[in-house]
Design a protein around this ligand. Structure first.
Ligand SMILES: [Zn+2]
Length: 354
């Protein structure tokens, strides 16, 4: 009995030694990482504390004489800052333009740096963080493309509607995203298949010679709200709105049910409306995939279909509850074919007068 206890103690001691030997070299790294995270957190908190935000500002209207200054907005560059030092981003999903300025004092914002017309601008805010970096956020009432230019004193902005830039406008929505996986089968998430198809479609549009402006609700694992998704279509006055999803049986159990279905808005009764476009999508996607035609389905119970002001089609590409179709949907080759079918549908819809 005593011998057994000794053996157990020896084995335990050896095991402990091995664990310590393996972990010891990693300890400093774990420590450094923890310290860095804490430092980052403190720095962020300090930054937030020192941030001065000014909201509900108006844009000073100015009468301007020469042509270059007739543009909608004119931003006075801070002293010592060149136009090329400024970073500008345009988030179509939230219709927010962000202008980042280096070396900016609060006094700069107090002297109305933005002048021009406040047409189509819903909200404007300025913020200055510690380290003197300034941020201007402009929220627009629609999706706009920026037309910009600068000289040594000013940055100039014009806001163009998508239709002023492109012949045709399409909004593409990948279903779900982030913490909303959609249907989940055998460790495969619907959100990833939906995004996979949309990214294949993006690759096709990016290489297309057609002058089609395409706006995506997401091109990563984010999860825009339903309202943001449909408003991207409404606020860009898109000619077509396509949402990519995948199906499952009501019970969620694996079954023999398979094929492609397309949902449309039954309240849109225009000849070149949602239903006709949905049929075009169904024809081309089933042709490209050689999948079973499961027909059209009324979709007004779905928010993004009901509230879409433009022709909408929600494509349920295949059934994740069918083993064969699940395997296909999970492959790049099938996702690419699905994307080709959707692209053909878009071109066909435009040829038919959409
Ligand atoms: Zn879905």
């Amino acid at each position: 009995m005593e011998e057994k206890a000794m053996k157990f103690a020896t084995v335990t001691a050896v095991l402990l030694m091995i664990i310590v030997c393996v972990l010891l070299p990693k300890l400093p790294a774990i420590h450094t990482w923890a310290v860095e995270r804490e430092e980052e957190r403190i720095a962020e908190a300090e930054l937030a504390e020192q941030k001065i935000t000014m909201s509900d500002l108006t844009i000073k209207n100015t009468e301007v004489a020469d042509d270059t200054e007739q543009r909608q907005l004119r931003l006075k560059l801070p002293a010592g800052v060149k136009g090329s030092d400024i970073t500008i981003s345009n988030d179509y999903v939230t219709q927010t333009v962000r202008i980042e300025l280096p070396q900016t004092e609060v006094s700069y914002f107090e002297n109305d740096p933005l002048t021009g017309s406040s047409n189509h601008i819903d909200n404007l805010s300025y913020a200055v963080s510690k380290g003197s970096s300034g941020l201007i956020e402009i929220t627009m009432d629609q999706v706009y493309e920026l037309d910009m230019d600068y000289d040594e004193n000013y940055y100039y902005f014009d806001f163009l509607t998508p239709h002023e830039v492109y012949d045709k406008v399409v909004v593409v929505d990948a279903g779900h995203g982030g913490r909303a996986p959609g249907a989940t089968k055998q460790g495969i998430n619907e959100k990833d298949i939906d995004l996979g198809i949309v990214l294949q479609l993006k690759a096709i549009f990016d290489n297309s010679d057609e002058n089609i402006g395409v706006y995506y609700t997401r091109t990563d694992d984010s999860n825009p709200t339903f309202d943001q998704r449909v408003q991207l279509a409404n606020k860009s006055q898109a000619d077509l709105f396509i949402s990519i999803h995948n199906n499952s049986t009501k019970s969620g159990r694996m079954s023999s049910t398979h094929g492609t279905q397309v949902m449309y808005s039954e309240s849109d009764t225009k000849e070149l409306g949602s239903k006709t476009f949905a049929q075009i999508c169904l024809d081309h996607v089933t042709e490209a995939l050689e999948s079973r035609d499961k027909g059209l389905v009324e979709g007004d119970e779905i928010y993004i279909i009901r509230t879409s002001e433009v022709p909408v089609a929600l494509i349920e590409v295949g059934f994740m509850t069918n083993q064969e179709e699940l395997n296909l949907l999970n492959s790049t080759d099938y996702q690419k074919k699905a994307a080709e079918g959707v692209y053909d549908a878009v071109l066909d819809a435009f040829a038919k007068g959409y």
